[in-house]
Write a protein that binds this ligand. Structure first.
Ligand SMILES: [Fe+2]
Ligand SMILES: [Fe+2]
Length: 347
């Protein structure tokens, strides 16, 4: 037992040492990361932040809902105006340096340079589609927009993954300090208009919306489903409560009616003169009609309240009002039919 415990403690200690060592390596690698690569990775993070906003709009299009074209337009204005003009060209400088130091990387570099051209062309095409939908969402081809945006996001993500996972570490390995200094000297100092120290006026709305981080479409859809489910339960509960209360009232009414009619019947069967019997029959009819009127009024009140509660639950949950209203009116008509108790007995 003691040997087993000692063995387990040794394993734990070894695991902790390995974890510390990996963390140390990661910290050292991050500390050694050239400023240019650090800046490029930071720019990727910014791009992904706005691309996620675009993705949320594509999710709405997937659900045949109206997206926010202003958000889509803002995202692509940023992507085409900033990363396409400054981020990819900066990377091109790094990639060309890598080929000089490591000619065997030429095929991969050619592929990345081609992808930059494709991303730029695709971004311009997507911007045109967004502008068309923004100008006239009724007639524009939203399906083409949805497919184009979806494919743009996918390509851009894969491209950035390849850069961060394979190419930036390779550049870090093969480039020397003088190479980085040379690349740095050729780069234009550019301030990011959305994530920089000051936000450009035309991007203030985009930045505010990005910071707000609205709920994901899936989370909102789940919440909508939950609200509807709760509303359905509330509506059914209200109707069940109505039915239960109606049953109780009807059963009390039946007991009272039975008692009253039994008393009248006893009088009728007694030794009453014929004139008095006719009066008793009239009285029985009047009392029964009164009890029927009373129970109908009570049931009408119960169901009105139950329907109002059920309707309120449906309305809050966003059930299409016309259909729900129509269904409720039909049910209400069934339970509120005009009564016939005002008719008098034949004399
Ligand atoms: Fe790139
Ligand atoms: Fe990049």
């Amino acid at each position: 037992m003691a040997t087993l415990r000692a063995h387990s403690e040794q394993n734990m200690a070894r695991g902790a040492r390995q974890l510390r060592s990996r963390r140390l390596e990661a910290a050292e690698a991050a500390a050694k990361l050239p400023d240019i690569l650090r800046a490029l990775i930071e720019e990727h993070i910014y791009q992904m932040r706005v691309v996620r906003m675009l993705e949320r709009q594509v999710a709405l299009l997937n659900q045949r809902q109206q997206p926010d074209y202003e958000v889509m337009h803002g995202v692509m204005r940023y992507m085409t105006g900033y990363p396409d003009r400054f981020h990819h060209p900066k990377e091109d400088l790094v990639f060309r340096k890598v080929v000089q130091r490591d000619p065997s990387s030429r095929p991969q570099v050619k592929q990345l340079l081609r992808e930059h051209e494709q991303v730029i062309a695709h971004g311009a095409e997507l911007m045109t589609l967004i502008e068309r939908c923004r100008a006239d969402s009724g007639t524009a081809d939203t399906d083409a927009l949805r497919k184009s945006a979806h494919s743009y996001i996918g390509h851009l993500r894969r491209h950035m993954d390849v850069e961060e996972l394979h190419f930036f570490p390779h550049a870090q390995r093969v480039l020397r300090a003088s190479d980085w200094a040379d690349v740095d000297a050729r780069m234009q100092p550019i301030l990011d208009p959305v994530f920089g120290e000051s936000v450009a006026p035309e991007f203030r709305r985009l930045r505010a919306q990005e910071v707000r981080k609205p709920d994901s479409v899936a989370r909102r859809a789940a919440r909508r489903r939950w609200v509807r489910a709760v509303a359905a339960v509330e509506a059914v509960s209200a109707l069940v409560a109505g039915a239960t209360l109606s049953g109780l009232k009807l059963s009390r009414h039946n007991r009272e009616a039975l008692g009253t009619n039994a008393a009248i019947l006893r009088d009728l069967l007694g030794t009453q003169p014929s004139g008095a019997r006719a009066g008793l029959i009239r009285e029985a009819w009047v009392r029964n009609a009164g009890m029927a009127r009373d129970i109908r009024r009570q049931l009408s009140d119960v169901w009105s309240e139950a329907f109002a509660t059920a309707w309120q639950a449906c309305r809050v949950a966003g059930t299409p009002e016309a259909k729900a209203s129509e269904a409720m009116d039909r049910l209400r008509r069934i339970f509120e039919r005009p009564s016939v108790e005002n008719t008098s007995p034949a004399r």
